[in-house]
Design a protein around this ligand. Sequence first.
Ligand code: AMP
Ligand code: MN
Ligand code: MN
Length: 394
Amino acid sequence: MTTSPHTWAAAAGHVAAGPPGRPDALAAAGPEQRYRIGTGARPRPPGRAAARPAQQRRCPARTGAIDEQTWRRAIAAIEAADEVALACHVSPDGDALGSMLALGLALRAAGRRVVASFGDRDFAVPRLLRFLPGQDLLVEPARYPAAPGLMITFDVATVERLGMLEDSARNAGELLVVDHHASNDTASGFGTLRLVDPTAAATAVLAEELIARLGLPVDEQIATCLYTGLVTDTGSFRYGVTPAVHDMAGRLVATGLATDEITRELWEGNPFGYLKVLATALERATLEPLAAEAHGLVWTYVTREDRAAVALPYEEVEGIIDVVRQAGEADVAVVLKQDDDGLWQVSARSKGAIDVGRACTALGGGGHPRAAGFTSHLPPDDTLALLRPLLTRM
Ligand code: AMP
Ligand code: MN
Ligand code: MN
């Protein structure tokens, strides 16, 4: 199934002053023309007033404030740039890489010069994300512009998360930050232009809006990238779900993208060894009902040796947290994963009572209130001793 690419500024509800060159019809059309939101009702007879004002029936994808002036300056910077240098955070996830490649593909289709990367020392696209289109845009960090005229970062909450691309960001003429981490606040945040909105379910929400405001079409490939960001950061539409999240998914699926294939790539392509390591991790899981202010903590760990026994690369253990968090007795789930350098990468999740973002930020990491992480040099027991007292209510 394919449908022709469409410019969906109107469908996305971005009807404020658009960039020059965007068709007026699109700028003028509100979302009501494309969707009837909320009631599923039959069309209203002409002349009869709407039950609720249009404003209320709209479902904005974000409620936080990025002011119009910032959007306009971001668009102007992109339109003026000779080359656009894109970057996302190290060890990219679906939202980081998907958002970056989506804008990269949209710009390239418009004839723009684009380069994209992320700053891992061992530069490789994670196995899970190799199906994403647009990977020919990627260059190794060593070949990335040292002082880009315009650099845009995706899903990057602190400049350190750029890894080897940190210097390029510091030397960039203009540094546009596109992100949804609450920890990326304006007071301490980096960048000369900031499209940061913690109410966005994914950075992909902001990437979609940026593409729409640039007046660029979203084809099936771009939609695949955006959908991957949306579906991974919402845990397959389980977390942070709003009508707008499903509206966006609907727009993306309407391009004809292969959702079944994306599902298979993201969740049904684990090596068999993953099951063995998962079993080991679950076997040693600990439940502490009185921890986290009696909201409960469940935690476990995966050592380098666990992985070596079945030749499982580090990147393959990301999904274990999603199983561990299934324990209903615990609000907080924690998985400590030893990487190839022997460091412990800690993933923390909350079901809403405890703010793991604050706890992980206090330990040098970052993230969101319900999904966060940090790096520890200490063994699991010692790391938990540091973390436990920080697990306090939202
Ligand atoms: P993860 O547990 O790796 O899926 O990460 C969950 C969230 O925590 C993501 O939003 C990450 O950006 C953030 N995060 C994870 N590890 C770190 C870290 N070492 N430093 C800063 N943020 C992190
Ligand atoms: Mn991310
Ligand atoms: Mn994200």
